[in-house]
Design a protein around this ligand. Structure first.
Ligand code: ZN
Length: 270
């Protein structure tokens, strides 16, 4: 077992997660009647801890499988291009956990404690990459992107109200925004936000998400060949990782895609 490789696949994991992975891997090896733990056991154990158990009973129809393959490939490509501080290590279209029909594992290349504004824009776009792929390839959306959308909205909201990253709202924390105070004499400890500001906040969140979605679509249109290759590989083998995945992803075109952070700076400078 290559410990360095396991470490590379688990940055940011807490000690308890690692202990969990080792336990799972040992159980998997024992279940297969082996008395040593192998790389494949660790690989499956990491997937289990990150994404939950494989749901073999949840069988996707051919068309659904195709859609999930494109959806996950979209996450992977947009992540690779626009969120390069994290690396796509695995893509799978085997249903796992409570709701996931597929998943793309994108891990930071090192432990991170701070994220920059452009990294957050990249994360947003990567989250919307699945949805964008469905739009680009099938011309319409499916219900599969609901969770992505809610996570993207959460990030965009945090950018506006917690991190002061909206040029329109300004560098003010609105974190206590609209916190209701039911108790007499309790003002909620936060500022009162008027309806107008609340509307502005919503507009800003919407525009951040819309812009990220547009970048995701643009990235996928420019990398259509890689999108096709990835989706095809996934439909064939249900998951891609390691050198096989790298070979396809290394074909992405990064140049010429708008950087929203630079754009913001440029508009602000005008
Ligand atoms: Zn998704």
């Amino acid at each position: 077992v290559d410990l360095a490789e396991i470490a590379a696949r688990t940055p940011g994991f807490a000690g308890a997660d690692l202990a969990n992975i080792v336990n799972e891997a040992a159980l998997l090896a024992a279940r297969k009647g082996r008395d040593t733990v192998e790389d494949q056991d660790f690989s499956e154990a990491i997937d289990r801890v990150v994404a939950g158990l494989e749901k073999k009973s949840r069988i996707l129809s051919g068309l659904e499988k195709e859609r999930v393959a494109y959806h996950e490939s979209g996450h992977a490509i947009v992540g690779e291009v626009l969120a390069p501080s994290e690396r796509v290590t695995k893509i799978s279209i085997i249903p796992r956990g409570v709701a996931a029909l597929g998943y793309t594992m994108q891990l930071p290349t090192e432990d991170r404690y701070l994220l920059t504004e452009s990294e957050l824009h990249g994360k947003l776009a990567a989250l919307l990459g699945g949805r964008a792929a469905e739009e680009v390839v099938f011309g319409e959306l499916s219900t599969g992107a609901a969770n992505d959308l809610s996570r993207a909205t959460e990030i965009a909201r945090a950018m506006v109200v917690d991190y002061g990253m909206s040029r329109k709202i300004g560098p003010v924390s609105m974190a206590k925004e609209r916190r209701p105070s039911f108790l007499p004499g309790d003002y909620g400890g936060g500022r009162e936000v008027g309806d107008r500001t609340a509307d502005e906040i919503d507009d800003e969140i919407k525009s951040l998400v819309e812009r990220a979605a547009e970048r995701a679509r643009e990235t996928l249109t420019k990398n259509r060949a890689v999108l096709e290759a990835l989706a095809k590989g996934l439909i064939e083998s249900e998951h891609l990782e390691g050198a096989e995945l790298r070979k396809i992803l290394d074909g992405v075109r990064v140049a010429g895609i708008k950087d929203p952070y630079r754009e913001l700076e440029e508009t602000a400078a005008k």
